[in-house]
Design a binder for this molecule. Structure first.
Ligand code: DGJ
Length: 334
């Protein structure tokens, strides 16, 4: 009887090992990426929170028909109704479970979260003092004239989040944005301001809910958007794109010794074929893989006439001294 039990256990263990080794742990940039339910991940312009061994991916839910914006013909643009913010969870950054809608849009046309307006680029950080998860995002009107940063909170990482409202940090416009939580616990809202001409780095209040009066103007007059930040060996690296709507352009990065300090503009971190279009994509976030000293460049390949079909471009981001390098890979793993 014991022998039979042993044989069965060995058999089951082998089956388990086979299943684990057969699991595909690769990233396939630009290919359809399904969640655990077999549905394409819907989390655009996203950001990652790492919390207690789990990664949470927050992004824009894009559903339905994409339409050409008629009001502003000078700025060729396409839009889709705001579907709110999604949340997915993963232990390995490859396999993702849909955690549902973290922040729902509103059907009230007077609300800043009205589905007919713009809710983009959500980023979540944890505040250890208030024990709250804080989500910042780009809130805008249909024609992008409202230009504000919105904030929402939750007691649980996946939400649901309670929306608190939107602001113009230090009375300045805020469109594409990211938040960065430093190792000393200070957090910054980094946004494209001054009608997309200049980036502002705003120190947030201790509870991360408001921009303080401490801010700095960087990359002045350089027309950068889609900011993404990482700290590597005590230096801060910021990747941005140029402004060309949903169309891709060349990324550029800058380096600084402190978030509010002097940012030195460097070149394009992308190398090789298609580096001039950031491999047909636009920066969203830089993931620091927990405990690995490895980084992932996270970007969106916008499909402007069918925005829900926009794909994700995740590529290895490496450092050669102060030089940041992103190379194309069809298939890769951490
Ligand atoms: C580029 C921005 O980076 C996107 O997030 C989005 O706002 C589009 N512009 C809209 O044209």
């Amino acid at each position: 009887m014991r022998k039979l039990f042993n044989i069965t256990s060995v058999f089951l263990l082998s089956l388990f090992c086979l299943a684990v080794s057969a699991q595909d742990n690769n990233f396939y940039p630009g290919k359809i990426w399904n969640d655990a339910d077999g549905k394409p991940i819907n989390a655009h312009g996203g950001g990652i929170l790492y919390d207690k061994g789990i990664y949470y991916w927050f992004g824009e839910i894009k559903n339905g028909k994409t339409i050409r914006v008629e009001e502003d013909k000078s700025w060729e643009n396409y839009r889709v109704n705001a579907g709110g913010i999604s949340c997915y969870s993963s232990k390995d950054l490859v396999h993702w479970k849909n955690e549902g809608v973290a922040l729902a849009p509103s059907t009230d046309s007077t609300s800043e979260l009205y589905f007919g307006k713009v809710i983009e680029r959500p980023k979540v950080i944890y505040n250890a003092k208030t024990k709250q998860y804080v989500m910042w995002m780009h809130i805008d009107s249909k024609n992008y004239g409202y230009a504000r940063a919105g904030v929402a909170v939750s007691k649980a990482p996946a939400g649901p989040y309670t929306y608190l409202g939107a602001v113009r940090p230090n009375d300045a416009m805020s469109r594409d944005m990211t938040v960065f939580k430093d190792t000393d616990g200070k957090a910054y809202l980094v946004c494209t301001s001054e009608n997309n001409l200049t980036i502002h780095v705003n120190l947030l209040s201790d509870d991360y809910l408001k921009p303080t009066a401490i801010f700095t103007r960087i990359l002045i007059g350089q027309n950068r958007e889609a900011p993404a930040i990482v700290k590597h060996h005590n230096k801060y690296f910021l990747i941005t794109s140029l402004c060309s709507g949903w169309d891709p352009n060349a990324a550029r990065y800058a380096v600084a010794d402190s978030m509010l300090g002097n940012w030195v503009v460097m070149g394009n971190p992308c190398t090789g074929e298609d580096s001039a279009t950031t491999f047909h994509s636009q920066s969203a976030y830089i993931i620091a893989a927990a405990g690995k000293d490895k980084y992932i460049f996270m970007a969106d390949r916008w499909q402007k006439t069918d925005l829900p079909d926009s794909r994700y471009i995740w590529l290895p981001l490496e450092f050669e001294g102060d030089k940041m390098v992103v190379k194309w890979e069809d298939k890769w793993h951490l």
